[in-house]
Design a protein around this ligand. Structure first.
Ligand code: NAD
Ligand code: DAU
Length: 377
């Protein structure tokens, strides 16, 4: 079946993997990637698919309601996968207003533009879908009851044996929202707006809440790419607080596969948690990264250990995130395809093999290039 799908934030980290998957897997779909190209957007993430006939790029701001109306109408959009957002917690602590503007007002503008267009059609909401990508951070923070990982109270195929957990609680789809950072508060607010458009106007929506993603093309302000790059340059690795915080890591292509599955087969108005069953204490993860980078660079073991530098903690730093994604597994049959050891090998290898991509970002060249390119449009 032919479809016209709008993917927002497709020049960012996760969005670029979703765009690539859809463009390659569905030649009959027209994929419109709409992105403002903020500091986090980089069209170099999509070099391999940008010439494909079913791919179109539109530079626009999701908070611009008129522009959202125009794009949705012009491309006769019937499905939206909404990833565009300000995504970095540290930036939200310094500048919460930008997060409210993009994540809350931007999502609202997109919802409103879709509503107006879809309600103007004879078939109305039939065959339409507004799929909103959210985060596990909206649920707040879990307690760290075990300082060493212990077997979780459930095992899954995904965890290939034992799922080591740092606490007894997990985020479920029914867990009450309790966001702490301006970032997670803005995402929580946008989730509520999305659900309100279903409950009030009958718009077909789905919300998914995912854990920490890792993999190629992640902006090097986030822990894993930042640390890989710093190790390469012999620069300090700033570990917040004691490095005891726990995150649940999922390989980004597994998230993209889940999005594909849920977009096509998910239940309207439902919520699915997506997670890796893969909890790591930051400091343990950092040691794995150091070891892997040193090995790949041919350095002796322990060569870069001295780069670990404990720094002042992030304000309001959430202690532990851990997703229970058994609902998605049971209802739609999704599970992560990669073991973490394999995923981290692939990831470190990718950053070391793509130093030009990284250097373009750290030098700021990527932003100047696109600013020049779009200046007169
Ligand atoms: P990212 O920061 O790498 O990319 C965000 C993209 O959105 C960029 O291309 C940016 O240019 C674009 N954008 C920002 N503001 C915009 C605006 N006003 N209009 C149009 N485009 C705009 O983010 P990411 O890590 O890829 O995250 C994508 C989505 O997934 C976000 O909604 C985030 O909340 C969610 N999420 C991320 C993670 C994670 O671990 N990275 C986990 C769960 C959920
Ligand atoms: O859980 C999903 C979320 O994961 C997404 O919604 C966010 O968009 C995404 O940025 C990510 O948030 P985190 O804050 O968990 O990711 P970050 O990579 O910034 O940090 C991971 C952990 O590492 C966190 O406990 C803070 C710590 N950290 C981070 C940086 C950048 C450090 O100790 N030092 C650092 O320099």
């Amino acid at each position: 079946m032919k479809r016209n799908i709008l993917i927002t934030g497709g020049a960012g980290f996760i969005g670029s993997h979703v765009v690539r998957l859809f463009v390659n897997k569905y030649p009959d779909y027209r994929i419109v990637n709409l992105d403002k190209l903020t500091y986090a957007g980089n069209l170099a993430n999509l070099k391999d698919i940008e010439e494909k006939p079913n791919y179109t790029f539109v530079r626009a701001d999701i908070a611009d309601l008129e522009e959202m109306r125009r794009v949705i109408r012009e491309y006769e959009i019937d499905g939206i996968i909404h990833l565009a957002a300000e995504s970095h917690v540290d930036r939200s602590i310094k500048d919460p207003f930008t997060f409210a503007r993009t994540n809350v007002m931007g999502t609202l503008a997109l919802l409103q533009a879709a509503k107006e267009y879809w309600e103007s059609l004879p078939e109305k909401y039939d065959g339409k879908m507004f799929y909103h990508i959210s985060t596990d951070e909206v649920y707040g923070a879990l307690e760290l009851t075990h300082t060493e990982g212990t077997p979780a109270p459930f095992t899954t195929k995904a965890s290939a044996g034992e799922h080591m957990a740092f606490g007894t609680e997990f985020f479920l789809e029914t867990t009450k929202y309790n966001p702490h950072s301006p970032y997670s508060a803005s995402k929580a607010s946008s989730d509520h707006f999305v659900r309100s458009y279903h409950d009030t106007y009958g718009m077909p929506v789905i919300v998914t809440n995912c854990s920490n993603n890792y993999g190629p093309y992640q902006f090097p302000e986030k822990l894993i790419p930042l640390f890989i790059n710093n190790i390469r340059h012999g620069k300090p690795l700033p570990v917040y607080g004691k490095g005891e915080n726990v995150r649940d890591w999922l390989f980004v292509e597994d998230h993209a596969r889940a999005i594909d599955l849920i977009f096509h087969e998910g239940k309207v108005a439902d919520t699915y948690n997506i997670g890796g069953f893969n909890e790591w204490k930051n400091i343990d993860l950092i040691k794995v990264i150091i070891k892997t980078v040193d090995r790949m660079l041919g350095n002796p073991e322990g060569h870069s250990d001295h780069l670990i530098t404990y720094v002042t903690d992030r304000l309001g730093h959430d202690m532990r995130y851990a997703i229970d994604s058994r609902k998605l597994q049971a209802e739609l049959g999704w599970e992560p395809s990669l073991q973490f050891e394999e995923g981290i090998e692939k990831t470190v290898r990718w950053y070391l093999d793509n130093q030009e991509w990284m250097d373009n970002i750290t030098s700021g060249d990527y932003e100047r290039y696109y600013d020049d390119m779009y200046k007169n449009r």
